[in-house]
Design a binder for this molecule. Structure first.
Ligand code: CMC
Length: 430
C-alpha cells in the first residue's frame, strides 16, 4: 500500500508489482478520492497499461520479447518466428511456423486497384506518408476485418495480422518503385519473407534480383530487432487509437505517423544524414560532439527515455554492421565516424553524466545502407519490423480494455471571460 497525504488527509492506494518486480502505485481512484490528478508530462513515470508482451530494464540494458532475451532471439530465431512469439505469446512449433508463413505468403499481393492509390500521390511524396495512408486504405478492402466492432475484428484477427505483416512489405516496395518511376513487381510464392521483399524492391525488367544470404540474414535481423519495444511513442499511439475501438488497420496506420518523427523512428535516417554531413565537412567527429554538448546539435542515435545503459540492440547492430560490410567486401567511412563518435561520447562527462548511450538507430542505418536501401526508406523499414509489436498491442487492448485511454491535463489558459461581439472588441474598424 502507498500512503498519500493531501490537505491533512491520508489516502491509501494499492501497489501493483509486475512479474519482474517492477512496482507501480495504482492511482486510478486518486481523483475521485481527492480531486487531485498526477502530473507527468512526457509520461516518464506513468504506467499506461499492464502488458504481457515485452520487458525492458533500461538501467541494466535488458530487452525481452515474451520473456526471451533479445540476444538469444537474435542469434537463434527468424523475424517471422519472433513475430509469431510477440503476437501469440509462445515460440511456434515447426507446424505453427509453417502455417503462419503460408498465411503470410498467401497474403503478399495487393488488390490491383491499389495501383490507383499510388498514382494519386505526387511522385516525391514521403514514403512514411504513403505508408500510413495505404495501411488505412487497406482496411477498406477488408471490411470484415476493419469493422470497428471489436468482436468481429477479433474473430478475423489471425488473418488480419498475417495480412498486415505481409502487405506492409509489399506497400513499402511499391512506394520505393513509385518514387523512382519503376514498374511494380509482384511478390513470388517461392521466396521467403525477406527475400521476397528484396525481390519486390530490386528486381528490374530482365534483371532478376539474386538473393545474397548475408544480406537476407542482416535484413531479417534488422526486422527482428525492431519487432517490439513496449510503450514507445508509436506503440502507445496504436494502443490509444485501439482503446477507442478503432480497427487494427486504422490503429497501425496511426502508429506509422507517430513513428515518423526524428525523435522516434525517424532517427535512423537522421543518423545517416548526420554522419554524412560530418564526413563531408572533414570533421573527425570532435567538432560535432562539442556542438551537441553546447546544444547546437543533437547526437542522433544517442540517448533514450528508458535505457540508461547500452541499448542491447545497438550492440547487436554494431557487430552486424561490421560483419555485413566484411561479407560484402565493402568499406563505409560512416561506420568509422560512428565508432569514433561513440568512443568520444562514452568518455565525455556530458554524455556520461546524462547516461546517454547509443540506441537502436545508431548503427542500424549503416546496415540498411550496405543492403542498398535508400535513406528515405529507413523509417519505413522500422515500420515493417515494428508491425508485430503494434499488432500484439492492438490485440491486448482490444481483448482486455473496456475503458478508452483519456488522460487529464492541468489547464493553464485564461479564466472564464465574457464573449464580446466583434464590433465591441479593441481594434475594431469603424
Ligand atoms: N544528444 C545530445 N544531448 C542529448 C541527447 C542527444 N542525442 N539526448 C538527450 N540529450 C540531453 C538533453 O539535452 C538533456 O540535457 P539537459 O538535462 O542538460 O537538458 C538530457 O540529455 C536528457 O534528455 P531528454 O531530452 O530530457 O531525454 P528524453 O528522455 O526526453 O529523450 C530521446 C529521449 C531519445 C528523445 C533523446 O535522447 C534524443 O533526442 N535522442 C536523439 C534522437 C534519437 O536517437 N531517437 C531515437 C530513440 S531510440 C528509437 C526509438 O524509440 O525510436
Amino acid at each position: 500500500m502507498a500512503k498519500i497525504t493531501l490537505e491533512g488527509q491520508e489516502h491509501t492506494y494499492p501497489v501493483i508489482v509486475g512479474t519482474e518486480g517492477e512496482k507501480a502505485i495504482d492511482t486510478r481512484k486518486l481523483r475521485t478520492d481527492t480531486g487531485y490528478i498526477t502530473f507527468d508530462e512526457g509520461y516518464g513515470n506513468t504506467g499506461s497499461c499492464q502488458s504481457n508482451i515485452t520487458f525492458i530494464n533500461g538501467e541494466k540494458g535488458i530487452l525481452r520479447y515474451r520473456g526471451y532475451p533479445i540476444d538469444q532471439l537474435a542469434s537463434g530465431a527468424s523475424f517471422l518466428s519472433c513475430a509469431y512469439l510477440i503476437i501469440y505469446g509462445e515460440l511456434p512449433t515447426q507446424d505453427q511456423l509453417d502455417t503462419f508463413r503460408d498465411k503470410v505468403r498467401e497474403n503478399a499481393n495487393l488488390h490491383e486497384d491499389f495501383k490507383h492509390h499510388f498514382q494519386g500521390f505526387p511522385q516525391n511524396s514521403h514514403p512514411m506518408a504513403v505508408l500510413s495512408s495505404m495501411l488505412n486504405s487497406l482496411g477498406c478492402y477488408y471490411p470484415d476485418m476493419s469493422s470497428n466492432d471489436r468482436e468481429k475484428d477479433l474473430a478475423n484477427f489471425d488473418t488480419a495480422a498475417a495480412l498486415l505483416i505481409s502487405k506492409v512489405r509489399t506497400i513499402a516496395a511499391m512506394t520505393y518503385r513509385m518514387h523512382r518511376g519503376m514498374p511494380f513487381v509482384y511478390p513470388r510464392r517461392d521466396l521467403r519473407y525477406v527475400e521476397n521483399f528484396l525481390h519486390m524492391m530490386f528486381t528490374e525488367p530482365y534483371n532478376l534480383y539474386e538473393p545474397i544470404p548475408e544480406v537476407t540474414r542482416a535484413l531479417d535481423l534488422f526486422l527482428l530487432l525492431h519487432a517490439d519495444h513496449e510503450q514507445n511513442c508509436s506503440t502507445s499511439t496504436v494502443r490509444m487509437v485501439a482503446s477507442g475501438g478503432a480497427n487494427l488497420f486504422a490503429s497501425v496506420s496511426a502508429g506509422v505517423c507517430a513513428l515518423w518523427g526524428p525523435l522516434h523512428g525517424g532517427a535512423n535516417s537522421a543518423v545517416i544524414r548526420m554522419l554524412s554531413d560530418i564526413h563531408a565537412s572533414g570533421d573527425d567527429g570532435s567538432r560535432f560532439i562539442e556542438a551537441a554538448k553546447n546544444g547546437k546539435a543533437r547526437l542522433m542515435g544517442f540517448g533514450h527515455r528508458v535505457y540508461k545503459n547500452f541499448d542491447p540492440r545497438a550492440k547487436i547492430f554494431a557487430t552486424a554492421a561490421e560483419d555485413l560490410l566484411k561479407a560484402l567486401g565493402q568499406k563505409d567511412p560512416l561506420l568509422d565516424i560512428a565508432k569514433r563518435l561513440q568512443e568520444a561520447a562514452l568518455e565525455d562527462p556530458y554524455f556520461v553524466d546524462r547516461k546517454l548511450y547509443p540506441n537502436v538507430d545508431f548503427y542500424s542505418g549503416i546496415v540498411l545502407r550496405a543492403i542498398g536501401i535508400p535513406v528515405d526508406m529507413y523509417t519505413v523499414m522500422f515500420a515493417i519490423g515494428r508491425m508485430p509489436g503494434w499488432i500484439a498491442n492492438w490485440r491486448e487492448v482490444t481483448e482486455n480494455n473496456k475503458r478508452i485511454y483519456r488522460p487529464r491535463q492541468v489547464y493553464t489558459g485564461p479564466k472564464e471571460r465574457t464573449f464580446q461581439p466583434i464590433e465591441e472588441r479593441d481594434g475594431h474598424r469603424r
